[in-house]
Write a protein that binds this ligand. Sequence first.
Ligand code: ATP
Ligand code: MG
Length: 559
Amino acid sequence: MEEKEVISKNFIERIIDKDIENGIEAKIITRFPPEPNGYLHVGHAKSILLNYGLAQKYNGAFNLRFDDTNPVKEDIEFVNSIVADVEWLGAHYDGEVKFASNYFEDMYQAAIRLIKKGKAYVCDLTPEEIREYRGTLTEPGKESPYRNRSVEENLALFEGMKNGEFEDGSKVLRAKIDMASSNINMRDPILYRVARITHHNTGDQWCIYPMYDFAHPIEDAVEHITHSICTLEFEDHRPLYDWVVIECGYKNTPEEFPKQIEFAKLYLKNVVTGKRYIKKLVQDGVVDGWDDPRLVTIAALRRRGFTPDSLKKFMDLVGVAKADSSVDYAMLEYCIRDDLKLKAPRVMAVLDPIKLVIDNYPEGEIEYLPASTNMENPELGTHMVPFGRELWIDREDFMEEPPKKYFRLFPGNEVRLMNAYFVKCVSYEKDETGKVTTVHCTYDPETKNGTGFTGRKVKGTIHWVEATTAVEATARLYENLVDEDKGVYNKETGEMNLNPNSLQVVTTYIEPFIEEFKPGDSFQFARTGYFCIDTKDTTEDQLVFNRIVSLKSSFKLPK
Ligand code: ATP
Ligand code: MG
């Protein structure tokens, strides 16, 4: 599995280039065909961006089509969330959102054509019998005793199925292909089943529902999809895909359109990506809904503060492969850092506060000092930061007994307060448990930021927030949802190895500049990480921040 065969980013593009060389006249049309049975995740984002990207590149069109052929698992909540996600990613779909259920009549007519050609029959075997008759990888299957029913009998029975005359599961329509085929998918696969259930779109109109392998190629054919891109597990289904399209009269040879192309799914290491598993985490209440920022659903990534651009960049880096592999989450983190680096304002915020008192600074006085909003991007301008006698600083920026190479505050040491003055530690206070509560310093007025002071140098610069004007907020610090050392699943029990520390909630103090922003905006907290104002839990009185990613990185861009 570790062997990674990346066929270059363009293996699908090369197929399309060849089609164009061969003189195809069709407009390139791709589609994204989700089942509305859950929220989309980062893997789906890959499929969306790939399909949309191809349509854009070749001046074609991209369809968003719901594969709503299994009414039991579907829900309108999922339809709405999927549309929102696709739009947020910036994938512009052609025309209206499409539904497979709008083509139920086309599928029904196609099935009738097959029956009339002697290529499909109604079968009364039970599901267990059908499985038994199918054979195995090493043994051929056996023909159903119902296989040679006459066309008239099949037409009548199929109509009866449609009209609800038979029990659920009592009869199926099957393709008549080859029970001895080496490809099990070709051993008279089921095309339709009886299921008298209400459908969210077609109501009680249908008592039969088409199977995926029959429905999907017809949906593609009806929409004039040229390249039907799907993931590798469908590779063995491709002969059936072509059989359906050809036998139902939509094309003549496998080379014609629509044609199926497979690529490898995107997996992230130590991250829960399967829809089924995400659903379980939501249902078990391990996370706070489908958009809990610890998940990798698109809704969660958006809420956490990932941007469409960062996801696009990530997909470009990952490329399109023909063999399964998994990618480090660190690469996704690299992409969001890279995207926010110049865009995000930088503010000073203290996550684990202790007091710093400047003994020689006048009591009650506040002065305003200019600070560059993003040192690396002057276009974001400057803003003013209040400074005074009492400040908050981060606990880890002070040590009573510093180790070697610790250049921040300790007794006797002088550091630069970012955007302000040099301060020197003169003493400190502790509570009864021995925890440091307050650090006392003196400041040197000569060293004010921007005054061109060159008298002496200090090695450490720390951030701070003036205490009386500080905005108190909540910050959520996230870690991986699963225990990275143990892997996602327990091999014996099949349970997920959850990380008990995946969410830590702290009170933070932030400079007042933060009040100019709104939910959904992202920042760099100087020296700490990137944070986003939560869109769901932030209220008038309380800002809630999600940590998108910390500043430290283990990922290096591959050469
Ligand atoms: P899951 O595997 O998470 O249960 P799914 O395949 O059941 O997802 P669908 O709604 O059927 O979800 O998928 C819609 C499209 O997204 C399909 O074309 C599918 O191949 C693609 N897709 C699903 N998961 C991934 C992934 N991890 N990487 C790339 N494409 C994916
Ligand atoms: Mg699926």
